[in-house]
Design a protein around this ligand. Sequence first.
Ligand SMILES: *Cc1c(COP(=O)(O)O)cnc(C)c1O
Length: 239
Amino acid sequence: MTESGAYDERTRQIQQALATVRARIEDACLRCGRDPREVTLIVVTKTWPAEDVARLYELGVRDVGENRDQEAAPKAAQVNHADLRWHFVGQLQSNKAASTARYAHVVHSVDRLSLVDALDRGAARANRVVDCLVQVSLDPPDRPGRGGADPDGALAIAEAIDSAPNLRLRGVMGVAPLDGDPYAAFVRLGGVAASVRAAHPEADIISAGMSDDMDEAIRAGATHLRVGSAILGSRPTLG
Ligand SMILES: *Cc1c(COP(=O)(O)O)cnc(C)c1O
């Protein structure tokens, strides 16, 4: 999709930013004694065109993230490689679950029981098995913000995913609160992750950390980072 042969200017820009982010991940891992190979970088491509996803693939990226089904579905159809994994990271309406289940390899934002049913039915119809994470709210209880089940409800959602024939429980996801200490929030997420893992040892993913709080997430044990603007640039505010 990019000009054949030589990289275009945008590809070079993305390549450089990717290298910077990967170096940041390595540094953060070394500082807390973790192996960088334990950490998967998901590049969040929301608001950016399918051509950028193609560029990322060309640069070796195999995990990309989207947050709106209306945008993700056509992109996933356009950039279709057997080894490119699509992560759905945004709040998901139940009426979009069936569509999402057709292309998403991992849905990070399962935060209620009704969504488990909708995703399971969608996955069955698409003849697929979809990996799911329980999104845990890290916002103060009196200030709900960015979606997610409250920590006390996470285990019940995990159980429901585990019982759904067409879904596979893989772990938890969290978004740091807008104000407050991201590290403390990710440590709370790690606690919920441990209780889910105690019942379901294969649910070993902790999806945490974005461009501004990658280091804190790594220090708190994240296995998957969701990074957009640090690699692709700042989004137009509408996104
Ligand atoms: C947009 C988004 C990201 C990436 O955010 P950046 O700050 O651009 O790195 C990560 N996670 C979720 C849930 C998002 O919606």
